[in-house]
Design a protein around this ligand. Structure first.
Ligand SMILES: [Zn+2]
Length: 266
């Protein structure tokens, strides 16, 4: 590996998940992923701020592009909401000297993400939820280190929560845990964390590196993996939360049924 730049993302991910200004290398515009981004057709599925709900967006044919392939090549992708074609989403890219960046988008990443994140508020709590939305808001503007600090704090607090539960397990080895790096900690907590996170724990070695030694680009690059990990943990917590609420209401119905002695039943 000679390049420090991240792998070129898939076209839909580039539009909907990759922060602005993150740099990707390409050799020429005919490279598969460059081409499939530039010629992106079909649909994107995301929250339409104007409808106030999820919608399917369809690519407009003949998207705009400047002609100067060799200096500043700018192209944009326009999508229209299937409910109302005046609801539009625009993504703008610039290719320059072998580097491709997304340089603008509307709706912003934060506008796209917040409605989906809101459901996590009840398991995350108000303070951590605020930090999560702040992190996403910062990446929207390409502020990598700042966003990463918030995300890392949330991630670590979720790992601490899992650690608190795990430390009650029989045979728990607190000594090795306290000496472990983040990716190793994830391995030790495997019974209490989502499988995907455990299997891909090598991605999280970066969380053991001091933030002051990471560049803006490294932070932006690590952001999607850390965000995914947070969402996976929260999905598990949300599921537990809902199961618990169901069990509680089932227990209450049963108790009410018993108290009524089954009267009125036929
Ligand atoms: Zn719409």
């Amino acid at each position: 590996m000679t390049s420090e730049l991240p792998k070129f993302p898939a076209a839909k991910e580039f539009c909907l998940a990759v922060p602005l200004y993150e740099k990707f290398k390409y050799d020429d515009e005919k490279q598969n992923r460059f081409f499939s981004l530039e010629q992106l057709e079909g649909t994107l599925d995301f929250h339409c701020p104007e409808c106030g709900q999820h919608s399917v967006f369809t690519a407009r044919k003949n998207n705009f592009s400047s002609n100067s392939h060799y200096t500043n090549y700018v192209f944009s992708l326009l999508f229209r909401c299937s409910r109302d074609s005046t609801h539009q989403a625009l993504f703008i890219f610039r290719a320059h000297k072998g580097i491709l960046q997304k340089i603008g988008q509307i709706p912003s990443l934060a506008d796209l993400a917040l409605p989906d994140l809101r459901k996590y508020r009840k398991v995350l709590g108000a303070d951590r939820f605020k930090e999560l939305t702040r992190a996403i808001g910062l990446t929207t503007h390409g502020v990598g280190v700042g966003a990463f600090v918030y995300l890392r704090r949330i991630f670590e607090s979720l790992i601490d929560d899992a650690h608190r539960v795990a430390s009650a397990d029989a045979g728990w080895d607190e000594d090795s845990y306290s000496r472990a790096r983040m990716d190793e900690k994830i391995g030790l907590l495997k019974a209490h964390l989502p499988d995907f996170l455990v299997q891909n724990r090598s991605l999280y070695g970066i969380l053991s590196v001091g933030v002051h030694t990471l560049s803006e680009a490294e932070c932006l690059n690590a952001f999607p993996a850390v965000r995914l990990a947070i969402e996976l943990i929260l999905d598990d917590l949300l599921e537990q939360h809902e199961r618990q609420a169901k069990l509680k209401s089932a227990a209450e119905s049963l108790a009410a049924l018993k108290a009524s002695g089954g009267r009125g039943e036929t």
